[in-house]
Design a protein. Structure first.
Length: 597
């Protein structure tokens, strides 16, 4: 793989003058003129058809138009291996943050009642699936879909209302998984099924102390006791009263009062498989379609539509001509359609983390980093060695990019790159840089600042030949930060070198490729906490008796909040254990100068 920074096609068209923006007052009324030009140009340039609505949304200008012509360029960046099967870049997805694009959403298959029943028969007949296996996969898909949108820190209390059929079984399974995901589920199961499969699901929930609530004991106002309601009923009788209560929740929500989020499994209760729910049907906030969306899903206009059930074999997809979106990574669900409009200012995470106290940290910041890094590896977070490298040129203009840490010890932090790249030129002018590790799964960050030097040729040579051969060839082909005519040029060069070294001979390291080492001058460890009262511990060097050693600067308050104590502690240098140091906790008061002890 290599990284390409593409100028937006829409931006390029504007610069070339091939698209003329309408007057601002006509943007809403003439959406079939200028946006359609964008749509046609995108189709002609990319060879892929794009939905007109998607083009309309993407086409609205957010910058003044430039009249002069400029050639669209591709800037090459690096340090990933070259892929032989590049994934097409969707401009709408790249620049406008769509999930599965709206054009693809409109083409996704919808199953009729007959087709859905036939697929179930094939799955549980010739293909060897059992009903409990499919139910387990479906319930897990529902639980993971809920977890994608409704975080347990804010939507913790869940009520699963389960019917007697398969939908009810899916709800029971989902409740179990939600318990393990950190939610607090309760179950309303008015009409229980005596079959061993269902009694087993009940037993599993009871073993987790998940409470079962009768329909009669449910609170009058469900929104006061539950943040999420999982609708796993489906048929109307004997659930007309419960369905009506959920409809009332919809009406309550329309008055802008706080209400529970309703999640329907496959088919919202009260709806027909091939139609809508009418005036009396539930209008869920989330619909989790299973196997493939049913025809009734065309009438779902809520903010969150997910597809679950990652078990459809190619034979069924071919027979029924199913067009289904690809599932990301190892996920059991995939969002289809556009996500709801988001108030960016309201996006925040209420971190739940253990306390990070001064007495808990290692004396040596390198040891503290090693400890946290081991925690990240043990937690299974993806690419724990990914770090943002920030540099600046001699004029102070900064730039940042993601690179991969390839080693660290008491001498510093090492990464490898092209010595003719932008970051390399900036480091030659200004050797000061900053590294930032962001470990979202543990609510942690580490910032390391210091000066940078090249590693020895021997060290670079040794690491270069430890890389996969494809990555070695990629380092030769990829001349970072230079303009290239197109990806095909790189791919052709890659294939040529791949053939040249196909005999297994040693691939020479390019002279313009090697490593850098940042020697730390400051460490800062950040732990996210509730209510934005985050913990920040900082180490910085200090000279004592002519020797530079480490100093724990202390617990730094996040800039938005006040802290309530102030103290001085004496001790010894944390790095070399020679001489006294002082530990500062700063008292921050509004409209007052910080008080330093």
């Amino acid at each position: 793989m290599y990284k390409l920074k593409l100028w937006s096609v829409v931006w390029s068209l504007m610069l070339k003058g091939s698209v003329t923006a309408p007057k601002p007052e006509t943007l809403e009324t003439k959406t079939n003129t200028w946006p359609s030009q964008i749509h046609n140009s995108l189709s002609e340039r990319s060879g892929r058809r794009s939905d007109a609505k998607e083009a309309n949304a993407a086409a609205r200008p957010m910058w003044p138009l430039a009249r002069r012509s400029r050639k669209m360029t591709r800037l090459l960046f690096l340090n990933q291996s070259l892929s032989s099967n590049p994934k097409p870049i969707s401009h709408s997805q790249t620049y406008y943050n769509y999930s599965v694009s709206s054009s693809f959403h409109n083409s996704i298959s919808n199953l009729s009642l007959r087709e859905a029943a036939e697929i179930d028969e094939i799955l549980m007949g010739p293909l060897g699936f059992s009903v409990d296996q499919l139910m387990e996969l479906a319930g897990l898909s529902v639980a993971t879909s809920i977890a994608e949108v409704y975080k347990p820190s804010e939507y913790n209390r869940v009520l699963a209302i389960c019917g007697p059929g398969n939908n009810g079984g899916d709800g029971l399974v989902a409740a179990r998984h939600l318990h393990h995901f950190g939610y607090k589920p309760s179950v309303c199961y008015p009409k229980r099924t005596a079959k061993p499969l269902y009694t087993g699901l009940v037993t599993q929930l009871e073993s987790l102390s998940v409470p079962f609530i009768s329909a009669e004991d449910l609170p009058l106002d469900l929104s006061k006791d539950f943040d999420i309601i999982v609708d796993a009923m489906f048929p109307r009788p004997p659930f007309d009263n419960l369905i009506q209560r959920l409809v009332c929740l919809n009406n309550y929500n329309q008055t802008h009062q706080k209400s529970s989020a309703i999640v329907s499994i496959d088919i919202p209760s009260g709806w027909h498989v091939e139609g809508d729910g009418g005036a009396e049907g539930i209008k869920p906030d989330m619909l989790v379609s299973l196997t493939a969306p049913k025809l009734c899903a065309k009438n779902f206009f809520g903010p969150h539509h997910f597809l679950g059930g990652r078990f459809v074999p190619p034979s069924i997809a071919d027979k029924y001509k199913l067009r289904l979106p690809p599932y990301p990574g190892t996920s059991m669900c995939v969002r289809i359609g556009r996500p709801a409009q988001v108030d960016i200012s309201a996006l925040r995470e209420n971190y739940i983390s253990p306390e990070f106290l001064e007495e808990q940290v290692e004396a040596d910041p390198f040891d503290q980093f090693h400890k946290w890094f081991d925690d990240v590896v043990a937690a299974g977070l993806r690419e724990p060695n990914a770090m943002a490298l920030s540099t600046a040129c001699k004029n102070g203009k900064p730039s940042s990019r993601m690179v991969l840490l390839k080693g660290f010890d008491k001498n510093g932090f090492v990464w490898y790159t092209n010595y003719e790249s932008r970051k390399a030129h900036e480091l030659s002018e200004n050797p000061h840089a900053s590294l930032l590790f962001h470990w979202d799964g543990l609510n942690r960050q580490v910032r390391v600042e210091g000066s940078v030097q090249k590693v020895s040729d021997e060290e670079s040579e040794k690491y270069f030949h430890s890389r996969p051969r494809g990555s070695q060839i990629g380092a030769i082909v990829s001349k970072q930060s230079t303009v290239v005519p197109g990806r095909h040029v790189l791919y052709d060069q890659y294939k040529e070198l791949e053939e040249k070294f196909s005999d297994g001979s040693i691939i020479p390291k390019p002279k313009n490729w090697g490593g850098y080492r940042l020697k730390p001058e400051l460490f800062e460890f950040w732990q996210g906490q509730k209510s934005r009262l985050h913990d920040r511990l900082q180490y910085s060097p200090e000279e004592i008796n002519g020797n530079k050693c480490g100093k724990l600067s202390g617990w730094l308050p996040d800039e938005y909040f006040q802290h309530l104590h102030c103290e001085v502690l004496s001790g010894y240098c944390l790095l070399c254990h020679y001489g006294p140091y002082y530990f500062f906790v700063v008292l921050c008061l509004p409209l007052a100068t910080n008080i330093h002890v």
